[in-house]
Design a binder for this molecule. Structure first.
Ligand code: GLA
Length: 350
């Protein structure tokens, strides 16, 4: 049986999902495909990397298979032991580009196991199973955005998630003659995961200084009580939450140019206040200013991709020049593609 789950881009609302904030991701039409079959032992096969991992006991492998193993163990906590399967994956989703390939792998596994064993777990439960696998087994303390987006998205919609209540709403994505593009910087800083966890810790420390339990109780007045790193991190979260709500409002009123401004503002804040950008990404953004409608770093940061909002051919007119200059400066070939929205995880009917 064949299943697939998509990667995601985050329209806006970066580094807010583990701070009880708002996010607005949507799934893109790049997927991880999973073929699942009953087997005499657990087998994990990647057609992309030609790897074949076979296990009698489920344990950490320190490979991509851990995302699936983490999901199996989470499902077993709910329903008891499950029989062994062979999991064969292939993907057209770039890995390490800030497009959530790990969440896609978790969600496609959870979705497939649920379906093939008729477990009747809800799609929200499957999203949380993926999230728990990532946090408890793989060890990245991420928020719920990526797993929710990969599980719950609908074509032509963005998924507004209030990560405090875990409630979500589909917002129609009507961009007229504007399009989203991804530019993959080709940079993946090793520091990414540890810096991510450091940002989380800094936000938790700021909450303690303010004597608050949740960011939901924090307001602009509280900023007066903070300084240095804590001030910067909290200001980003407050501003970014406001930008998510303003973006939804602008979307509903067809004010796409205004959304572009929010994207540039978001980038500035991620660069200066949250400090999760990097030289190569800033170079790309600087070269896009005044030439496209909006752009910002997307995902966890420290490399990965730039999300671009382009009116008509704005981006296509300048991208080849940018690619040449980038190659000369960093010896990396930039990749870019138009972003098309997609449904969340599904069975592929052949
Ligand atoms: C990564 C995490 C998400 C989110 C983003 C930053 O993609 O997996 O949960 O925190 O970073 O917005």
């Amino acid at each position: 049986m064949l299943y697939r789950a998509p990667g995601r881009i985050n329209f806006i609302g970066e580094h807010t999902d583990y701070n009880d904030g708002y996010v607005l991701p949507f799934a893109i039409d790049k997927h991880i495909y999973l073929e699942i079959e009953k087997s005499d032992k657990f087998t994990f096969i990647s057609k992309n990397s030609n790897q074949n991992i076979s296990l009698n006991n489920l344990q950490k492998t320190r490979t991509w298979a851990d995302y699936i193993i983490g999901v199996i163990l989470e499902i077993e906590k709910k329903v008891g032991k499950i029989p062994p399967f062979s999991f064969q994956i292939h993907s057209n989703l770039p890995i390490g580009a800030g497009l959530s390939s790990s969440a896609a792998l978790e969600i496609v596994s959870a979705f497939a196991i649920n379906d093939i064993l008729n477990l009747n777990l809800s799609i929200e439960e499957l999203a949380l199973i993926g999230w728990n696998a990532e946090n408890k087994f793989v060890g990245l303390n991420c928020g719920i955005m990526d797993q929710y987006a990969s599980a719950l998205s609908k074509e032509n919609h963005a998924l507004f998630i209030d990560t405090y209540t875990k409630k979500y709403e589909l917002i129609p994505l009507n961009l007229k003659n504007y399009n989203f593009y991804i530019i993959n910087s080709g940079v993946k800083h090793e520091l990414g995961n540890s810096e991510y966890n450091i940002r989380r810790k800094q936000c938790e420390d700021a909450l303690k200084l303010l004597n608050k339990k949740s960011f939901r109780e924090v307001n602009y007045e509280d900023l007066k009580k903070l300084n240095g790193i804590h001030y910067k991190r909290v200001k980003h979260v407050l501003d970014e939450n406001r930008r998510v709500l303003n973006t939804i409002e602008a979307l509903k009123n067809d004010k796409i140019e205004l959304i572009g401004e929010f994207l540039f503002e978001s980038h500035e804040s991620l660069k200066e206040l949250y400090e999760v950008s990097c030289e190569e990404i800033d170079y790309i953004i600087d070269n896009l200013k005044n030439k496209v409608t909006g752009a910002r770093i997307v995902g966890g940061g420290f490399g990965g991709s730039v999300l671009v909002l382009s009116k008509d051919d704005e981006l296509e007119n300048i991208i080849y020049n940018l690619k040449d200059n980038y190659l000369r400066k960093y010896s990396i070939e930039l990749e870019h593609f138009k972003v098309i929205s997609s449904n969340g995880a599904e069975k592929v009917i052949i």
